[in-house]
Design a protein around this ligand. Sequence first.
Ligand code: UDX
Length: 438
Amino acid sequence: MTGKPVEKPGDAAPIGVVGAGWVGLVTAACFAELGHSVVARDVVQEKVDALNRGEVTIHEPGLAELLSSNADRLEFTTDMDRLLDHARLLFVCVDTPPTHSGDADLSRVRAVVDELAGSPDHVLVMKSTVPAGTGETIMAELPGSGYVSCPEFLKEGSAVEDFMHPDRVVIGVAPGREADGDAVAELYAPLGGEMVRTDVTSAEMVKLASNAYLATRISFINEIANVCEEVGADVSEVARGMGLDDRIGPQFLRPGIGFGGSCFPKDVSALKLLAGNSGYHFQLLNAVIEVNELQKRRVVGKLVEHIGPLAGKRIALLGLAFKPDTDDMREASSLVLSARLAAEGAEVVAFDPVAMDAARELLPGVEMARSALEALEGADGAVLVTEWPEFRELDWTGAAGVMNRPLLIDGRNYLDPDELAAAGFTWDGVGRAEVRPD
Ligand code: UDX
């Protein structure tokens, strides 16, 4: 074990970050931008070497610029002792992916706890999403060390912006350890978000409940969209009318072909299991998950309605990433959709502006096109899966000309139906009336 970290009076606080993945890198870069001296530790030597050479492998707007302009305040290492020497506050940003049972895999968190064992001078600041109750367990194992739960709420594609302008900063500490919470609060104070000071387990629950609630809103609006299709209403108008109620608000009411990504599916399942493991049956979340699964598959039925059985038909997927501005394919709706299409005997061709490399390995049976137009060539139907802005700029009249049948199932209600109809397309979205060519 190393000695007490040295803090020079007058300096911005030295900060340690454990795990240089997506959350860790954003956290390290943003704290460096705020003037702090940051040492980030990762167990993967090649990643550390690349970062020390100034190479960034993650696609996140603004991150590369921050890492480069603050290079003199950032150091990457594999050496935990170096981190312990540098800083008292250690921000834990390691992955907690789902296990086969859907519980959170805490092995990386456990490894950090083991490395810290015995140090009374350090404070673990948990950014990683962990099941409620984890902090209490860790604190019992690390008597003397500090522990603060400070969950991250960053969105992929706007993580730097979200870090710099938080809606709120949640800080959970054990009774008697308020000074540790104050130290973390001081770091976030310049960013202006509302501070929520609470106990550790409640802080953990804020994160899980927030993500589960947002996922619930999406499944809810998806079901409303499905009902709109039955009764002839337009879900965009319905969502607009709902969102103007202050108690509801306009965000996260976009229907589509289901939510994906590294957080929502994992956190909804983790909260459901956490409740189940504690003896409570969280019925609502079962429905949220089921609706999301069915929503990814509804597109197949829509294609069949328009063009009949899919065996031998060529279907183009526009977009593969779970949302725009990222190459992240984790739990992307395109994975389920392309597998369902293949099971129906369709030939699937796809294009994504950024996620092609990430997708190629995951979708070996899918033909990868070099452009959206190439994907549409000879297709019997197309599905817009991810709302990439470049799809709005596409020459849709030209696209109609190269397709076998100009049909666009708009899985995100992203394109203008009238424009598509004028270009010669049949447009069919989610929860809205279909529009046929003029
Ligand atoms: C989410 C949370 O927003 C963030 O606070 C948390 O820290 C991590 O999880 P992220 O996974 O980056 O962030 O994506 P987000 O922009 O929230 O979208 C998640 C999924 O929901 C995407 O697949 C998106 O397409 C879908 N979505 C979102 C909808 O289908 N409709 C909506 O109205 C909003």
